[in-house]
Design a protein around this ligand. Sequence first.
Ligand SMILES: C[S@@+](CC[C@H](N)C(=O)[O-])C[C@H]1O[C@@H](n2cnc3c(N)ncnc32)[C@H](O)[C@@H]1O
Length: 378
Amino acid sequence: MRSFEILPQEIRNNFFYACALIKENFPVPGRFRSALPSQIAELSGLLTNNKGERPLSYLTRPNFLSAYMHYFLPWNIYRLCILLQSINLSLSAGNSVTDLGSGPLTFASALWIARPDLRSVPLEINCIDRSAPALEAGNKFFNALRSSTDTGSTWKINLIRDDVDIRRISYKGNLSSLVCAVNFFNEIYGSLPHSNTEKLKHIADNAARLMVSMALKNGSVLTVEPGVPQSGRFVSLLRTAFMRTGMQPLSPCTHTSVCPFSGNKKRWCHFAYESFDTPNELQLLSAAADLPKERLVFSYLLTAAKKNNTQNKLRIISDAFKLPQNRFGRYGCCSAGLVLLAGERKRIEDIFCGSLVTMTSDFKGRDGKSGALIMEVT
Ligand SMILES: C[S@@+](CC[C@H](N)C(=O)[O-])C[C@H]1O[C@@H](n2cnc3c(N)ncnc32)[C@H](O)[C@@H]1O
């Protein structure tokens, strides 16, 4: 398993090419071009702050779908590419994937871009969404992507227009090797007051049971959420809910002990990356919408009914930051809880956020500020 480094050159090139394909396949007519940034800003407001005002079918509206295709789709693909080239999805010939709330096929496209090794592996991908226009736009984009980079692909894409009800946990369709939901559950819990932990727990329980019921016994389940505090908390609750069903957290968790973020009001599990390596045009459009993306943030959880084999490792979960006496630190997570890795600047900066570190030294007490166990990096 690779660490979450900046995208390798091949994947970066694929991503740049995908951005060019979006522009080519979804041209914005001249008279609407100047309105695109404000449409993006409006949709962003509806997706983040004003969730109560968001119509259920927002992606059936041409202006919002266009905003999604030109801004949210590429940024979500970029985030997924960072993740997908690092986690072990163990997909093989004949496997099927079910993606809940797939929108414009963001997950399928990101998998194609980030995992060129899978392109010639016959896979069936069920893309479920309530918005038919989003599925169709995604299919057009995916086909453009596939035909430009075809290596004899046998991926079968099924577009399924359906309303997913997370309370309907007795799924009757075919079971999949991978069930995923990307930026989906926040559409359900996003309008809850942040203090309503009980309701959030209830949604996490239903979400976990629904996804497990759609997966094969030896299958895995991947959830990716936006990385803001409430989604980090949801992912932590989801982890507990999955464990109640017998699934084990495989990534980012290296362990099955209590999540150090569970019930933590100040911290949440998320991964942040600089986004300097993206097309200039996407950066300019983002700036014009007043939504510049200097950093990409996400929370995620990969679970399966198999044993986690990283128990003796520590997952790096933060940027490097300055400590007193000219030293630097990063937070990590392991079975003993939250850990503060401390050492010389270069040693700490050379470790990537998201990477796994083998625990070699004993802990040197606890950090007074965060309560984290201190581990010296020498
Ligand atoms: C924020 S978008 C995410 C799309 C895609 N997964 C991505 O990451 O770019 C959420 C998607 O979920 C769909 N959606 C929301 N609630 C749904 C439901 N109950 N059933 C089916 N689709 C739903 C929306 O139509 C939208 O396409």
